[in-house]
Write a protein that binds this ligand. Structure first.
Ligand SMILES: Cc1cc2nc3c(=O)[nH]c(=O)nc-3n(C[C@H](O)[C@H](O)[C@H](O)COP(=O)(O)OP(=O)(O)OC[C@H]3O[C@@H](n4cnc5c(N)ncnc54)[C@H](O)[C@@H]3O)c2cc1C
Length: 484
């Protein structure tokens, strides 16, 4: 989501009305439903391409779940917790007698200001690009018409970017004051002593790490036998080790049988199918998400979402109806704000006849904001082994880097996977401080056309010293030394 992309003004020479092919003018060339990153990417790209565009949004403020109850508030809270606890745990401050336990209210204080900045900035993009926001809940009335809280609008094309919400099983009482999901957890006002996090996907693992940093006792219940199976095996092992080392109790291969809120607000008891019972002050349900499609009137346009409310799209993000596209969380994997934005842009480029504009849609990196962070791009060892690719590994341990020693952030590794014959970089996997930034150096090299996409770049390049980026040189040399 490059904010500066949306800065240039709309081309006013663009056509303002369009035809549905039967000679009837539509109100807009494109009507986007949802103002999260997916909707914004689509709206801005189409407006810059000369389309007359509008966005329907049912939340009082623009920005989507990303801004109001997903990425931004969770990362703002994480930053507040990490920076506060790093200061409070600094031995020097402790020696000086600085002892303080921040309340949830204090930790969340900065979040609203960050959200307001995001909303204002994004609002200005729509204003500068002449994209009106239609306030209200959108629903299809016919192939080219939507109703937004009683007002009807027509368009040639639609992009559904309505996002997703936490899946809520019917047998869990989410009205109980001790039972939360990833939307409601942000309303938590008092700091609990203990939390059971059910579901060890990205959201569950991130919240488990974040709350553990506050000293809260955590049970992390995983329905599978490994954490975040899509990651590199060594990174999974490192994550599991460090979560356990920090005091998180991880329970793999468990499934929930029932969840009962205790009298008043005195906790909740989760019973697992294995017979285990976990009683904690609160439970965070983080198991699965559901696409927001149920109120869109999709039956009127002949579209049927799958059992998780998600829409199936082709490579160009077109649904079964050519003029209706869908992007972001509503189409499922990878369910990232970063990917949603690129997908929105790609959908609009396709509408404008520019295909996907080489947006590298298959090169979406993973960024997981645990403590420390995880990030990866490209193939894992598991995938390369299955595909019988002769690869080699180059590794750098952060503890040997001068920068890490200076900052005291020595936990971490950078792994480079490369073809042993061509030296082509095939995958980059990082666990440690600033992993989500560091990864992009490897991504940039990996995406160069051959022969510029090899680890030789790291061997031959002078890196600033001391930096974390130096890990690339160390890892590349380490890999080179394994070759014979
Ligand atoms: C706790 C948490 C942490 C996350 N952290 C990260 C992260 O660190 N990095 C990352 O890349 N991703 C992260 N994500 C995922 C990211 O937030 C989503 O992938 C992203 O928001 C999806 O964008 P979207 O545009 O598809 O939908 P959304 O951002 O959810 O926006 C959808 C919008 O559509 C509106 N809408 C829905 N139905 C209608 C309707 N019928 N009419 C009008 N408007 C409607 C909604 O009000 C909403 O504003 C996180 C998610 C969660 C829950």
């Amino acid at each position: 989501m490059n904010d500066s992309q949306n800065d240039t003004p709309h081309d006013d020479s663009a056509p303002c009305v369009s035809s549905n092919g039967s000679g009837t003018a539509h109100d807009f060339n494109l009507l986007v439903i949802g103002s999260g990153p997916g909707g914004e990417g689509a709206a801005m790209q189409a407006a810059k391409g000369g389309y007359r565009v509008a966005v329907a949004e049912k939340h009082p403020l623009i920005g989507g779940g990303c801004t109001h109850w997903g990425t931004i508030p969770s990362k703002a809270l994480r930053y507040a917790i990490t920076s506060t606890m790093t200061t409070l745990n600094n031995p020097m401050f402790r020696q000086w007698g600085l002892r303080f336990s921040p309340s949830m209210k204090q930790l969340k204080q900065g979040t609203q200001a960050i959200i307001a900045k995001q909303v204002n900035m994004r609002q200005s993009f729509y204003e500068r690009n002449n994209v009106p926001i239609l306030r209200g809940e959108a629903r299809f009335v016919d192939d080219h018409t939507i109703d937004v809280d009683g007002q009807r609008y027509t368009a040639d094309h639609f992009v559904i970017a309505t996002g997703s919400r936490p899946y809520r099983p019917p047998n869990v009482d989410f009205d109980h004051p001790c039972i939360f999901d990833s939307d409601t957890i942000l309303d938590l006002d008092t700091k609990p002593h203990s939390i059971t996090v059910y579901g060890a996907g990205v959201i569950g693992v991130e919240y488990a790490a974040m709350f553990r940093n506050l000293g809260i006792k955590i049970n992390l219940v995983n329905t599978r036998d490994k954490l975040l199976e899509f990651l590199d095996d060594e990174i999974i092992d490192a994550l599991s080790y460090h979560l356990r080392d920090q005091g998180v109790i991880i329970r793999h291969n468990e499934e929930f049988e029932s969840l009962d809120g205790c009298e008043g607000d005195s906790g909740a008891v989760m019973t697992l199918k294995s017979g285990k019972r976990l009683k904690t002050d609160i439970v965070l349900w983080a198991n699965g998400r559901q696409g927001n499609t149920d109120t869109l009137g999709l039956e009127t346009v002949g579209l049927e979402p799958n059992s998780r409310g998600q829409l199936v799209v082709d490579d160009q993000f077109q649904t079964a109806r050519d003029h209706i596209y869908a992007v972001g969380d509503v189409i499922g994997y990878p369910s990232l704000a970063s990917a949603a934005y690129t997908q929105g842009r790609a959908a609009s480029m396709h509408m404008l006849g520019r295909k996907d504009g080489n947006l590298r849609l298959n090169d979406i990196p993973t960024g997981i904001y645990t403590s420390p962070e995880i990030s990866s791009v490209g193939k894992t060892e598991r995938e390369l082994t299955a595909a019988r690719v002769p690869y080699e590994v180059g590794q750098s341990n952060f503890k040997s880097l001068a920068r890490a020693q200076i900052t005291g952030r020595t936990v971490g590794i950078l792994k480079l996977l490369f073809h042993r014959d061509t030296k082509e970089l095939l995958g980059v996997h990082c666990f440690g401080a600033n992993a989500s930034e560091i990864i992009h150096i490897g991504q940039a090299v990996m995406n160069q056309p051959a022969p510029n996409n090899t680890i030789e770049y790291f061997v031959e390049t002078t890196f600033n010293y001391p930096t974390m980026a130096e890990a690339y040189r160390v890892a590349a040399l380490n890999g080179y030394n394994r070759l014979f």
